[in-house]
Each structure stands twice: as C-alpha cells, then as structure tokens.
Write a protein that binds this ligand. Structure first.
Ligand SMILES: Cc1cc2nc3c(=O)[nH]c(=O)nc-3n(C[C@H](O)[C@H](O)[C@H](O)COP(=O)(O)OP(=O)(O)OC[C@H]3O[C@@H](n4cnc5c(N)ncnc54)[C@H](O)[C@@H]3O)c2cc1C
Length: 408
C-alpha cells in the first residue's frame, strides 16, 4: 500500500553547497567550501561534528602522517590542547575533537544544523539540485548547486538513484563485521598506553565457557585518562542497508559487550575494578554502499601505488578487512597511492559528489582508504574542486587543481 501524503515542503534556502553528514569527510568538505567563500550548509543527524571520530567512539586517528591541510591542522590543535597521543601515539579526546571542529566551522562561516536528518534527494533526471531533511521545525527542502553525500553509507546518492556496489557481488553477508564500541573507566595504570587484549579476553571467555567473537580486540585509552574504548564486539552477516538488521546487530553487540565486561571483571584480577561507562550511540558499520563513480579505485591501484592528475588524497594505510572467516583481520600493505576526484563523482550524475568510505572502489581498496585521515582529506580536496567549479562557472571536469596533499 502507498500513502499519498500530499505534503507541501517549505524551502529553507539556497546554497552553493549542502553537505550531508559531519563525519571526517563531511567536515573536510564543509571546511574547504566555507574557506573558499562558498555559502555552505552542513546537515548532521547527531548533535556534534566528527561522525565516527566522535559519536562512534573511534580511535586512533589513522593515516595522518605526511598529510597537509585540515588533517594536519587538527593534529596540531589536539596536540597543543594536550589531547593527542595516547594509544599508538595517535589517539585523541572525543570532546576536544568536537570542540575544535566546531570552532573551525564557525571561523569558516559554515552554517551547521544539528539534529537534522536527511530524508531524500531532490532530482531532475540525473541532476541533483537539493535535499529534503527533517528536524524539530518539521520537513524542509534546501536547494544547492552541489550536494555532498558524506553520510558514510551513500544515502543521498542512493536516494538520487545512483547505482552502487555492496559486499561481494551484492552479497551483503560478505561485508566487514560491524562493531559497537564501548567506553570503560578505571583502566589499570599499567595499561593506559593501550593493550591488545586477546589473551586476556580469550582466557576469561574460556573460564565462562563461551566462544570469543573476535580475535584482535584492543583496549584504546584516550590521552591522559583512565578511560578507554574497547574495540571488540563483532557482528557478522548483517545487512548494513536494513534497519531491522542494524537494530539486531546493535542488540547483539550490547550482549557481547556486557559479556566481555562481566567476564573481565569476574575472572581477571587486574580488571576487577574496571567500570562500564557506555556504548557509542551509533553502531560502527565498516562497509556498506560503494557508489559507482566515474573511476573505480581498484585493488591493483592500491598495490601498485597509482598516481592521478586529479588526486584528492594520498593514502598510505594498508587494507584491513574484518572478515568472518577467521574472526579476525585480513591485512595487507599497500604502496602509497592517490585517490582521483573522479572516484567521488557518481557516474552519469550531476550536482552530487560523494566523499568518505562510500566512494567508488573495490572492497579491498575501500578497506584501505576508509580510515579517517583519508576520508577527511578527500572531503577537503573535493570541497576545493567544487568551489573552483562554482567560482569559475565551469563543469567540475574542467577544474584543474594541483593540490599539495602530502610531504612525501
Ligand atoms: C568499529 C570501527 C572502528 C574503526 N576504527 C578506526 C580507527 O581506529 N581509525 C580510523 O582512522 N578509522 C577507523 N574506522 C574507519 C572510519 O571510522 C570510517 O571509515 C570513517 O569514519 C568514514 O568517514 P565518513 O566521513 O565517510 O563517515 P562517518 O564517519 O560515518 O560520518 C558520516 C556522518 O553522516 C551522518 N549521517 C548519516 N546519515 C545521515 C542522515 N540521513 N542525515 C544526516 N546525517 C547523517 C552521521 O551521523 C555521521 O556523522 C573504524 C570504523 C569502524 C566502524
């Protein structure tokens, strides 16, 4: 059955760019657009900036070495606030990350709307000209010369009808595992630099007579604190595009984290005083839509160190696939490579750019460029490309930028 709602939708405004999703990619894009003088709106469904960096309780900050631009600025500001370091000398305090991003967004004159959920793309044929979103004021539309899909899941592009890949040849069961991160306090002094926690967890699981769900778990402390997140729960074979499956996976994750916490405090003398603080309010989804772009980053590209004239990111992080077959991680090194702007342009579509983990690439390539330093940098570079196209009144394909991405 279909209900014809017959709704009227007020137009909130017209922008040069609307960025949907304030994760690393969305923050990078919005900052670049704002700094380039573009009238920019950033829409985010939660009440802070950072996406997985903050609402996802994610650490450490991978693939920041050598990078220029916003990534380097963030590291420097976190460092000078004394809020960077900790685990592997690349972890940060979540609240400071939110605060620093907000400050930068205000300085760049980006209009930010929190608690605002994108609901659908506005399209005319294959051209995207705005989005419909909802918040406390109800449903509204915003019009934009370019819409940035930085939702991680490619929600805007999918709503516009852009084709995408999922899992292995469409089989979502092959997608990487999902994880519900959780925060603990009172971490023993000797583990405040972090710990690969497999042996401990395996021992307590054995004592409890239960099977461990993941074999490469980490205790990841925030800098200068007795708090840490535990990257442990692993949920396999759920469909990242099904609301029901995401709910089931979250509930399974909660059972796993309660088990882990109870077994650790009960059976491990060193962790008997550990405190359970909370789980992240968003389920960690490593892999979902990969929008089909004008260029698809291949596994060969990441192994051979591909270079492109339209480079938007310099990637050094190895591929890291959390696979169900070994309940662990399949990792391999890459030769530092570029991502091209064309991988961020949905094939056959205008007025829309994707940035973040949902760009066009093979599963193995995505397993490398998905980490946050790369998402932030590709978002930032794409912001500069679009700003240049708008300023010059030309098509994005006619923009030539020679961005300095890394000190190689
Ligand atoms: C469990 C886990 C652990 C990880 N560990 C690390 C790590 O240690 N280091 C690292 O660098 N990377 C890590 N990653 C990878 C990294 O976190 C992600 O790949 C990266 O954050 C993707 O960035 P993004 O900007 O594309 O998406 P996200 O960070 O997911 O941001 C998307 C944003 O869009 C918003 N959004 C989504 N839909 C809507 C909507 N309809 N309306 C409005 N807003 C919306 C979301 O709320 C979010 O703020 C990890 C990922 C997971 C899942």
């Amino acid at each position: 059955m279909v209900i014809n709602e017959n709704l009227t939708t007020p137009i909130l405004g017209e922008y040069d760019a609307v960025v949907v999703g304030a994760g690393p990619a969305g923050c990078g894009a919005a900052l670049a657009l704002g700094r380039a003088g573009m009238k920019t709106l950033l829409i985010e469904k939660f009440n802070c900036l950072g996406g997985a960096w903050t609402t996802g309780f994610m650490n450490p900050f991978f693939d920041f070495y050598q990078k220029t631009g916003i990534v380097q600025e963030l590291i420097k500001e976190l460092q000078s606030a004394g809020q960077f370091g900790g685990f592997w000398n690349m972890s940060f305090n979540y609240e400071y990350m939110k605060f620093i991003l907000e400050k930068k967004m205000q300085e760049a004159n980006v209009e930010v709307l929190y608690n605002t959920t994108f609901s659908r793309a506005l399209t005319e044929g294959n051209r995207v000209y705005g989005v419909v979103a909802e918040n406390i004021e109800g449903r509204f539309a915003v019009l934009a010369k370019t819409v940035f899909d930085c939702t991680g899941d490619g929600n805007v592009a999918a709503s516009a009808g852009c084709p995408f890949e999922l899992g292995e040849d469409g089989d979502y069961k092959e997608c990487q595992a999902m994880t519900l991160m959780f925060l603990v306090g009172n971490v023993p002094e000797k583990y405040r630099d972090g710990l690969m926690i497999y042996e401990k967890l395996n021992a307590v699981y054995e004592k409890a007579g239960k099977q461990i769900p993941f074999k490469v778990p980490y205790l990841i402390p925030a800098p200068n604190s007795h708090f840490a997140v535990i990257q442990f729960t692993h949920m396999y074979e759920y469909n990242p595009l099904s609301a029901k499956d995401l709910t089931k996976a979250t509930m399974e994750g909660r059972q796993q984290l309660i088990d882990a916490f109870e077994f650790l405090t009960k059976y491990d003398e060193e962790f008997k005083d550990l405190e359970l603080i909370t789980s992240s309010s968003v389920l960690g989804v490593r892999e979902s839509r990969r929008i089909i772009g004008e260029y698809r980053v291949s596994t060969d590209d990441i192994l051979s160190g591909a270079r492109f004239d339209d480079a938007v990111a310099y990637v050094t992080f190895g591929a890291d696939l959390h696979t169900k077959s070994n309940k662990g991680q399949n990792c391999f090194q890459v030769k530092p490579y570029h991502l091209p702007m064309r991988a961020l342009i949905p094939k056959g579509y205008k007025g829309i750019i994707v940035a973040g983990r949902c760009i066009s690439g093979s599963r193995e390539a995505m397993a490398s460029y998905r980490v946050t330093g790369n998402c932030a940098q590709m978002g930032e570079s794409a912001g500069y490309y679009v700003a240049e196209a708008i300023k010059k009144g030309v098509d994005i394909h006619d923009v030539k930028l020679n961005l300095h991405l890394a000190d190689e």
